[in-house]
Design a protein around this ligand. Sequence first.
Ligand code: IVH
Length: 680
Amino acid sequence: MNDQTPKTPTPEISQKLEQLRLTVQRASYAYYVLDAPTMEDGVYDRLYRELQELETQYPELISPDSPTQRVGEKPATQFESVRHNISLYSLENAFNMAELQAWDEKWRRFLGNWAAEDNNYICELKIDGSAIALTYHDGILVRGATRGDGVTGEDITQNIKTIRSIPLKLHLDNPPPVVEVRGEAFLYNRIFAEINQERQKNGEPLFANPRNAAAGTLRQLDSRIVAARHLDFFAYTLHLDSPNLHDHWDCLELLPKMGFKVNPNRQLCQSLLEVQQYFNTWETQRRELPYMTDGVVVKLNSLSLQKQLGETRKFPRWAIALKYPAEELPTKIISVTFQVGRTGALTPVAELEPIQLAGTTVKRATLHNQDRLTELDLHIGDTVIVRKAGEIIPEVVRVLPDLRPTGAKLVTMPTHCPECGETVVKTPPEAVTRCINSSCPAIVRGSIIHWCGRRALDINGIGEKLVQQLVETQLVRSVADLYHLNMDQLVALERQGQKSAQKILEAIAASKKQPWHRVLYGLGIRYVGEVNAELLAQNFPSCQSLAAASSAQIEGVYGIGAEIATSVYQWFQNPANISLCDRLEQSGLQLASVPSTALKSTPQAQPFAGKTFVLTGTLPTLTREEAKSIIEKAGGKVTNSVTQKVDYLLLGDKPGSKLAKAQNLGIAELSELELLEMAK
Ligand code: IVH
């Protein structure tokens, strides 16, 4: 089964593979398009794996529409620009019923017939995503492209293939030579919020709305990142010459039969009054949907009317977007607080007089950074317009300066960190102000929460409250301290029972088995997300090899850019970080992809061979045991008594009588930092 050498397929193998592929495709369609799973996850995974294994053995049988071909193995370097076969038009907007009425009169006038034949309208929700164009040749998806300027877009086929609800092969027995399908790729609200939380944690600018986030995701060079964001797709246009297609409704009925997902909330309306009712109903109902909508699209149903009306340079004359009003309201700024994230980034947050916006109570809004504060010229007590961008993260759009109370105080970023009191820094052109004190409680708390996260070391049971206590009591000053916690310490904390403490200790112990790429992700190095951590871990199989790499060597990894490489390189130049890695390794974490036994068997440098050490005082980051283990690993010996045979005194804070003795004998003194440098 594990034989990876390509073999020549027999007809039975080809048939088996085809059956397997069909079964997996059907199950995937039922799950992703119909939302009605027909197979247990475990069974699906088994069959998928079997298909993958067969295809590895018989690579010539891999077809581009195989379910295994959705995620590319290598990131793209850039996207090619492609000309659309049929232009992608945008939509004219109407902001009220009068404008809708005006559009209706306009198209009737264009036809030269005021009392045009009875016409139906199709109303659809306007999904807040990114338009994409799909091209199928003989039923197989050959190209997926962004809208671009409507005439030329970018070829993002590899990314589009990751969207499970887009069929790689049309469900048609005799597919026409060319079919074009257009629709909206979008992100679910939950994922949009997660992406922004992650960006906030990493000190990166937030996406203003799901549309930008979806467009940004589609243009990611690495299709694995795209796959991880679970984009979805609603088809809304079908370009196919067929005598059976008379109106748009027919197209919307045929698309699901071809394997596409069409938004179910569409409606055929016979008058503008019905359109208005649809619009009103969805104004509130849309809040229940798990994705964003920003209006309603009204389309003429008859394809022949559509054809007669045609398009202007930008818009079809036969459709219009009826937009919901922006969710913006005025309120007052009570105060501004500053949150410190894991990377030390300070985010100003407006504390507001509570208002009801888009169905929720808004009390706080992000002010992003100093540049934004300057732009707004924000003062305490100001009346501001607050918007729920993409209806999720409220933000301050602008200030109404006429309503400013006299003597109001201008809001600026603090000069000192609100958490630790250290001076903060802002290095232009970066817009972000940062606390750079690595012992700042906010940074420590953030780094521990990140370390324990599901995608990092996956330590269950350590929530924000517990982290707060662990940091406050100084039991934990870095993630390495987690591995020295004991039962007594945990139970002594507020609201911590014996049982839950036991579970936490078990979860901490279990995390030692997590692979090297997760540890690397958990370290929280800037720009090293899950995918980059995996790429780096594949290319640098141990922490040692990554720490020893130059910036250029790191950038040499396919998919790693200059900014990431510099960030990783700089992180490993900080001795405190090296010491952190050493401590983690000593605690038994996996800082290499190869089993530690294999590592041990490779000969290692022994810089302390034949040298004897004595320890005195408290070291800044290492425990005595850890220091001892570092020395011994590097070939040295540790003794307790100061004699002439001793080569070095490892000197910590508040040393004992050993210091005077060592000085009398002229024994060299070493700090923890020097020890770590030498041990490298
Ligand atoms: S029809 C020629 N239908 O809205 C037809 N567009 O503001 C043009 N959109 O670029 C598109 N939901 O990305 C259509 N149900 C829907 C839509 C929709 C969202 C987007 C689409 C378009 C943009 C125009």
